[in-house]
Design a protein around this ligand. Structure first.
Ligand code: HEM
Length: 454
């Protein structure tokens, strides 16, 4: 790698045809700038056993199987052009702080984000998470690493996972745990989560191809995301453009039955349709149609549209309630993603949607951050879990209707009639508790050159 290479300006987004992409994509692991887009995934959590064997496993087995950003791009282009059957396996690799320590990596090469260094368990208080000793047993472990493997085909995925397990048993791992993810889709073929809503619509685009090609309309909201929403310099990498990203991993269990009941009860209390009640909790209808631009609200075919902001609804939230999930997590105050936004890469688990599941299904939430404290943790603690955001202390609007983990005392404000401030209805205590955090960890997805060098 050329050490004299021009250092890329991370405060910009880039097109995958640019020189900047060429400079950074060989050494950057895939799934960070763009999703791996495969419907079956295995997340292999590893606790290493023997340092030398672990190093050898990473350097001689894993590295050549890791899919770089450049390779991911090439594969997806080949697939789009019909030159590939789309059955290539995607794989990337991340280390926790405990993993860096186990491998005895020099301190200056270890990513320095304090949340990463202290681990997710230490953030239970800030995040209002259940106490770690009540997490699913496997997540109480101090994992060293996570290998994300995915394929369109379950069979191919299973074969690859078996091969990796075989390697891990060669004195590499003391223990490992495999969490399986499975993309689920609605009748129209869009990805949904277990409550039945289309997910993965609004994301910062760090690769601007679709925007530059005019495939994404940007009149009211331009989703161009600066590279530094996710990328940080990897001080362990060898090039001037060696980057990595912090991976936030959380297993979020969904009580579908309780959520559906809440939608029904809210509809009954407000004398509105169940669809409109649910849409006010999420901020979008089940098919993805956002509440904002549609008047009067009804599930139309607008589907996954994302070109909107809240300028016409700043005062009360009578179009899209302040406590709805998408309003809590992205205020769209300027015309582009703020510094808190980040790429989300979650995948559901637990199989197909069942309306009466009381748990055992949910979302393996994954996100890439450049600063965990001011992105994911800030979003979860100061927005999602706060009754006073947005709105301030004089006008509480309750916690996030979907993922809030905080006081429910103030209640959320919903509206009987779209856009009618006088039709406000306060639901006290706030709706919530449909999602339970079962465990998780902070990892770092390092540059490939670092992994070659350990
Ligand atoms: C089981 C848990 C979760 C469910 C069921 C869920 C569901 C959804 C759905 C249906 C959407 C709308 C589709 C879209 O705009 O992409 C969405 C958007 C979003 N979610 Fe979640 N989500 C969950 C967890 C989280 C967590 C933990 C966070 C972060 C703390 C988060 C942050 C976001 C953000 C930032 C958006 C996009 C908002 C926008 O830009 O308009 N979600 N989620």
């Amino acid at each position: 790698m050329d050490k004299q290479e021009k250092v890329i300006d991370l405060s910009k987004s880039i097109n995958s045809k640019s020189d900047e992409f060429k400079s950074l994509s060989q050494d950057l692991q895939g799934n960070i700038l763009a999703p791996h887009a495969r419907d079956n995934a295995a997340h292999i959590f590893v606790e290493f056993k023997d340092q030398k064997c672990a190093q050898k496993f990473i350097k001689s087995y894993l590295v050549k199987r890791i899919v770089s950003s450049a390779k991911q791009k090439k594969d997806s282009e080949a697939f789009k052009k019909g030159k590939s059957n789309g059955l290539r396996t995607f794989l990337n690799f991340s280390l926790s702080m405990n993993g860096y320590k186990f491998l005895d990596i020099d301190n200056h090469k270890i990513p320095n984000d304090p949340s990463f260094r202290n681990g997710m368990k230490s953030k239970q208080g800030r995040l209002n998470d259940p106490t770690p000793n009540s997490w699913q047993d496997e997540y109480q472990n101090e994992w060293h690493a996570i290998i994300i493997v995915s394929n369109k085909s379950v069979k191919y995925l299973k074969n690859r996972v078996s091969a990796i397990k075989k390697e891990l048993k060669k004195n590499v791992a003391k223990s490992f745990y495999v969490e399986m993810g499975k993309g689920i889709r609605n009748k129209e073929g869009s990805h949904i989560e277990h409550f039945g809503y289309v997910d993965g619509i609004s994301q910062p685009h760090m690769l601007t191809d679709k925007i530059d090609d005019g495939k994404v309309s940007t009149e009211n909201w331009n989703p161009k995301g600066r590279l530094n929403l996710a990328l940080v310099k990897d001080s362990g990498g060898v090039g001037s453009n060696s980057f990595g990203s912090y991976l936030i991993y959380r297993k979020l269990d969904q009580n579908v039955k309780a959520f559906r009941l809440a939608e029904n009860e809210l509809a009954e209390k407000m004398q509105i349709s169940v669809d409109y009640a649910g849409a006010q909790m999420v901020g979008r209808y089940r098919n993805g149609t956002p509440l904002i631009p549609i008047s009067p609200p009804q599930p139309t075919t607008t589907g996954k549209m994302n070109d909107f902001n809240y300028a016409s609804d700043r005062r009360t939230g009578s179009k899209c309630p302040f406590g709805s999930h998408i309003r809590k997590t992205n205020q769209r105050n300027s015309t582009m993603p703020d510094g808190v936004q980040f790429p989300r890469r979650g995948i559901p688990y637990g199989g197909n949607v069942t309306k009466d599941a009381e748990g055992g299904v949910g979302l393996l939430f994954m996100a890439y951050n450049s600063n965990i404290g001011s992105q994911f943790e800030f979003m979860q603690s100061s927005w999602v879990n706060s009754e006073h955001f947005p709105g301030g202390s004089n006008s509480p609007n309750g916690i996030d209707s979907i993922i809030g983990q905080g006081s429910k005392a103030s209640g959320q404000v919903y509206f009987k009639k779209w856009g009618d401030d006088t039709s406000a209805f306060r639901e006290t205590p706030s709706l919530g508790g449909f999602v339970t955090m079962k465990g998780g960890e902070y990892f770092f997805t390092p540059s490939i050159s670092f992994l070659k060098s350990i």
